[in-house]
Design a protein around this ligand. Structure first.
Ligand SMILES: Cc1ncc(C[n+]2csc(CCOP(=O)(O)OP(=O)(O)O)c2C)c(N)n1
Ligand SMILES: [Mg+2]
Length: 350
C-alpha cells in the first residue's frame, strides 16, 4: 500500500528497499557524480561544446528514475536529467552525443529506452508527457496495466503557462502523469523566490485538485518512495500527481554560465545544504548496509565507466546532414521538402 496519505491507498508492492537495492542506488549516484563532473571537464577540454550539470541533484534524479517501470512507463526529461537517464540504464554515449552536438536529443532509441529526446524548450516536456499519458487512457488497456508518464521540469519552468495548461488538462482528463519538479533554487540567475509566487510549486496543485508531495529531494530513499507511490497512484487510474523535490543546483546553470555573477561562494555553501551523495554514504555506513570496500569499488566502477563514455564520445563521427530532414516527420511536409532541396543545393556548392 502507498505510505503517503495524500495519495489513494493503492497496492504498489511497496516493500522497503533491500540492502542490495540501497547499494545499487549508491552505485548509480556515484556513477552519475563522476560522469557529471567529467562532462564539465570534457567541455573545458573541447571534447564537447556544452553541458548542463546536475551536481547536487543526484538523489532527486536517481531516486525517481530508479522507480520507473521500463516495460510500460515513459520519461519526458529536460536538458538536465543525465542522472535519470543513467538510472534507467540508457546508453550513456548515446545520451552524451547531444552535448557533443552530434545529434539533436541524443542518439538512443527513445521508444526502446522509454526516455524521450532531451528537451531544451523550458516546459516543453510537460505537454508531451500529458499527451502521451492521455494516450494511455485511450489505449483501452485496463487501468492497472497502463503506463505512466513521468515528466521533469524546474522551478523556473513552473512559471510557464504551458505547465498550468498541462496540469489542468491532466486533472480534468485524469491522465496518468507524474509532474516531477526539481526545485533546485535557481532558473539560471533568478532565485526561486523571485519567480515562484507563493513560494511553493507543489501548493499550486491544489488549484487543479491534484495531490502533491513536497519532499526532501536530497534524500534518495525519500525520493524513490514518493515516486513509486505516485506512479502506483496514477497507474491505478486516480489521475495525476505533483512531486516537488527540494534540492539545490550546486554548479553553474550550464558550462556557459558563471554563477559568481549572481551568488557568492558563501551563499552557495550555506544554501546547498548537505551533499546528497555524502549523506547517503553516511547512512549506509551507519546502518551497516555497506562498508569502505564497497565504496572503493563503486568509485572504481564509476571511473571505469567515465573513461568508457569519454572514449565513446571522442570516437563519434558526424551524422549525415540529411537526417535533419528525414528524421522529423514520417511523411515530410512540402515546406520541409523544399528546405531539404535548398540545403542540398547549398551543400553541393560548398
Ligand atoms: C521556452 C524557453 N524559454 C526560455 C529558455 C531559456 N532557458 C533555458 S533554461 C532556463 C531556466 C530554467 O530554469 P528551471 O526550470 O528552474 O530549470 P533548471 O535549469 O534549474 O534545471 C531558461 C529561462 C528556454 N530554453 N526555453
Ligand atoms: Mg531550477
Amino acid at each position: 500500500m502507498t505510505s503517503n496519505s495524500v495519495l489513494a491507498a493503492v497496492d504498489d508492492d511497496a516493500a522497503p528497499l533491500t540492502h542490495q537495492q540501497l547499494r545499487e542506488l549508491y552505485t548509480l549516484m556515484a556513477a552519475v557524480r563522476h560522469l557529471d563532473t567529467a562532462a564539465v571537464a570534457w567541455q573545458r577540454q573541447g571534447i564537447i561544446p556544452g553541458y548542463a550539470p546536475q551536481l547536487g541533484q543526484e538523489a532527486a534524479q536517481v531516486g525517481s528514475g530508479y522507480a520507473v517501470d521500463r516495460r510500460r512507463d515513459f520519461v519526458f526529461p529536460t536538458y538536465r536529467e543525465m542522472g535519470v537517464a543513467r538510472a534507467m540504464k540508457l546508453d550513456m554515449v548515446g545520451y552524451m552525443s547531444t552535448h557533443k552536438a552530434t545529434w539533436h536529443g541524443g542518439m538512443y532509441n527513445p521508444v526502446e529506452a522509454r526516455f524521450a529526446p532531451i528537451q531544451a524548450v523550458v516546459a516543453g516536456s510537460v505537454l508531451h508527457a500529458v499527451g502521451w499519458a492521455h494516450g494511455q487512457s485511450l489505449s483501452g488497456k485496463p487501468a492497472g496495466e497502463r503506463g505512466v508518464a513521468l515528466t521533469y521540469f524546474g522551478d523556473g519552468a513552473s512559471s510557464q503557462g504551458d505547465v498550468h495548461e498541462a496540469m489542468n488538462f491532466a486533472a480534468v482528463m485524469k491522465a496518468p502523469v507524474v509532474f516531477f519538479i526539481q526545485n533546485n533554487g535557481w532558473a539560471i540567475s533568478v532565485p526561486t523566490e523571485r519567480q515562484v509566487a507563493g513560494g511553493s510549486v507543489a501548493a499550486r496543485a491544489a488549484g487543479y485538485g491534484i495531490p502533491a508531495l513536497r519532499i526532501d529531494g536530497n534524500d534518495v530513499v525519500a525520493v524513490h518512495e514518493a515516486t513509486r507511490s505516485a506512479l502506483a497512484h496514477c497507474r491505478a487510474g486516480n489521475g495525476p500527481v505533483v512531486i516537488e523535490a527540494m534540492t539545490y543546483r550546486r554548479g553553474p546553470h550550464s558550462t556557459a554560465d558563471d554563477p559568481g555573477r549572481y551568488r557568492t561562494l558563501d551563499e552557495e555553501r550555506l544554501d546547498a545544504g548537505e551533499d546528497p551523495l555524502e549523506r547517503f554514504k553516511q547512512r549506509l555506513l551507519d546502518d551497516g548496509v555497506a562498508d569502505e570496500a564497497f565504496f572503493a569499488e563503486a568509485e572504481r566502477l564509476a571511473r571505469e565507466e567515465e573513461e568508457a563514455v569519454r572514449s565513446g564520445i571522442e570516437d563519434l563521427g558526424p551524422r549525415p546532414g540529411a537526417e535533419m530532414f528525414s528524421l522529423v516527420f514520417q511523411e515530410p511536409t512540402p515546406a520541409l521538402q523544399s528546405q531539404h532541396a535548398a540545403w542540398r543545393e547549398e551543400s553541393e556548392h560548398a
